[in-house]
Each structure stands twice: as structure tokens, then as C-alpha cells.
Design a protein around this ligand. Sequence first.
Ligand code: PA5
Length: 424
Amino acid sequence: MKLKLQFNEKYIDKYVTSQEITNEILKNKQLFEDSYQCKYGDVDRKGWFVVDNNANDSMLAKIKQVARKIAKQAEVLVVIGIGGSNRGSLAAVECFKYDHPDCPEIIWAGNNLSATALQRVFDKIGGRSVAIDVIAKDFRTIEPGLTFRMFRQYLKQRYGDKYVDRVTVCGSVTHDNLKEMADKYGYTFLPFPEEVGGRYCMLTPVGLLPAAVAGIDIDKLVESARKTEQLLKSMPIDKNPAVRYAVARNLLFRKGFQVESMVVFEPELEHFARWWLQEFGETEGKIQECIYPDYYCFSEDLHAIGQYVQQGRRFIMETYLKCFKPTKVVIPQSDEQDGFDYLNGMQYDKVNQAVYDGSFSAHYNDGVPCMEFVCPEPTEELLGELYYFFLFAVYMSANYIHVNPFNQDGVENYKRNMYKILKK
Ligand code: PA5
């Protein structure tokens, strides 16, 4: 059994060689072996490390049962949540949403406090039947909290007392107002596992419910994540691509490459890149000596920030996700003279792949270290693998640079200021 993705570290060789990566891993052998045992970080946040803890067969059955109920009653599911708590499912839904036109449309809310954006959500729903899924590990977060209140008012106006049938909440089982509200008012409740932090929650009911409602086969996705877990945990540390990637990026950082950009070529993978950004940014961004994660969508960004990458300051490394959605689209002949006849009859996909090869080599040749994850086309199996792979990798990377992989205390600062202003 092998991973579907292949990590290619060859094109960082001008700055960091494969031998250096291996040496560095072996120098930190104990740290990585301990990380394989999940010995670092708060004891009460390690639930994600074993997929089966929160996505076992009985939990999957429960999630699918709730998903079926929602799909039966609603044309639209509004998912109310923010940050790590919703980006995983957003990535999966955006990747596959055109494959399941008969499933409810998923609309995202509660991730900002713009009244205009909220109004647009109501407008977008229009006359369609609707259900909501409120996600909050800590229900004090004002963005989802307030959005939930606005939606209760909206649902009551549309459905009267029966609105409760259309509300699912994913919250902590203990010490959380959401659970109390669910018990008191009769909302459907799914657990936001106590021992899993927001950005580690994709492979739990939190991430899997919206995916299931959108028609994604969560059994396949989870099964693949499980297999990835087994594989990654059984590989020798210096052969483990997640460990090699974690070390490679940090060795590049020490050589002056302070920004790492994930690069995608399929717009439907943009939200996966945003999930990756969330994982690395919120996990590692707690000390001065850490990588700033970013992402680009090419071709679009080649005509914008691509100029900077090509000739601007050399402090950017790129991590290419070589992952394409194959089609049968062929470039037709044209009666008009538009100058593109040299492409007649070519598969459209080939042009995108040429952009990939062209930008990769242009950047590499001009001194940008380029890492690459070569993947087959996106499927549930691939996504399951990618989720577990990058969760494992970010955990390895955070341990390697000695930051707590699970907290995000800095986020509280804006909240404290905001509460002061609001309570004046
Ligand atoms: O990773 C995290 O823990 C955060 O990004 C949270 O998910 C985010 O702040 C939202 O928190 P909550 O679900 O408690 O509203």
C-alpha cells in the first residue's frame, strides 16, 4: 500500500539537499519518534491523531443519518462557523460541489460580521427550503454566535416553532452553551469532540456533516484518511514524506525563505489551499522564527503576484499541488483569425499542464525553491489522504520548531478589544 501523493523535494536542491533533510531528521530522531506517539502538545487536544476516535463506523452512521434528514428537508444548508472550524469542510465542498447537483447547496455564513454579507445569504436562499448547521467549539465566538441568532429569527419567521427541526448544532459536549441550547430547545446535536481543536476537526462530525450533505462519500474519505494514518505512522522517520516536508520547509526558512506559498491550478482547489494556510498559519505563527504561509491560484495569480515571485525579493518558496481535474474538453478550430490556431485540436487540460510546467521551471530557474506534491485527480480518497497528511505534517513541523501545535492565544487579542468596545 502506498500514498497517492508523492512529495518531490528535488527542486529545492540549490538551497537544501535531500541529504541535509535526512541528516536533520536523524539529528532530531527522538523528537520525531516522540511526535509519532503524539507526545507533544496539550493532552486534551490529541483526539485527531487517531482517525477512528471521531470518525468510527457508528459516528459515520450518525453523521449520514443527520445528513439524510437535512437533504430531505432542505434545498440549502447554511453552515455557520469560522476559521479552523469550517475551512476543512469548505475545502471539500468546494472541490466537489458540481459533482452532486441533486444535493442541497451549501452556503457559508458566520465567518464575518458584515450585515451586507448576511443579507446576501438570505437573498441567495430566496424561497428555497433551508436548514442550518451551527459549528462552534467555543460558542462565545461572536461571528457564528450572532449569525445563529439572526438565523433563528429568520427561521422562526419562515417555519414558526417547527424551525427547531431545521437546526443542527456541532458543539462541545461539556461546558458549552450550544449543547445546553440543543437540549433545551430540541436542536439536533453532534459533538465537536472535546479533544480536537478547531483546525484539526475535518475528520470529525464537524467537518464531515457538511461534506455528507453535499453528497461527498465520507466513508471513502475517512477510509483513505485511516489508511494514510497507518502508513505515515509506520514509515521510518527519514522516509516519511510528511516529516521530510516539515523539515525541508523549515530548513529553507533558515536559508532566508520566510514565505511559503501553496500553488494550485484548479480554482476548485483554492479552498483546500486556504485550509492548508489555516493549518500552518494558526499552528505555527506564534514566534518570530516561523514561516508565513500564503497561497496562489495560477494562472490568475501569475498575472499579478507572479511578477513578484519571478523577479522580486528572494524570500518566497513555493509548494505546488500538482493536481488536476481531467476533462475531455478539446480546443476547437476557429473561423476567425485569433492567432491561437497552433492549439487546434489540443486537449484543454494540456494547456493548464503547460502553465504548470512553465511557471514551475521559470520560478525554479530564477532561484525560487519549489517543492511539489504530485497527486492523481481529486477524489474523496485523495482528499482524505491530503487532510490527514497535512494534519500530520503541521504537527511534525510545529514540534520541530518548538511551538505548541494546538493553541492560538493571539486570536484572543482582537476579541478582548472588540468586547471592550461593544460593552462600553
Ligand atoms: O483552530 C481553531 O481552533 C480556530 O481556528 C477556531 O476553529 C476558530 O477560532 C473558531 O472557533 P469556534 O469553533 O470555537 O467558534
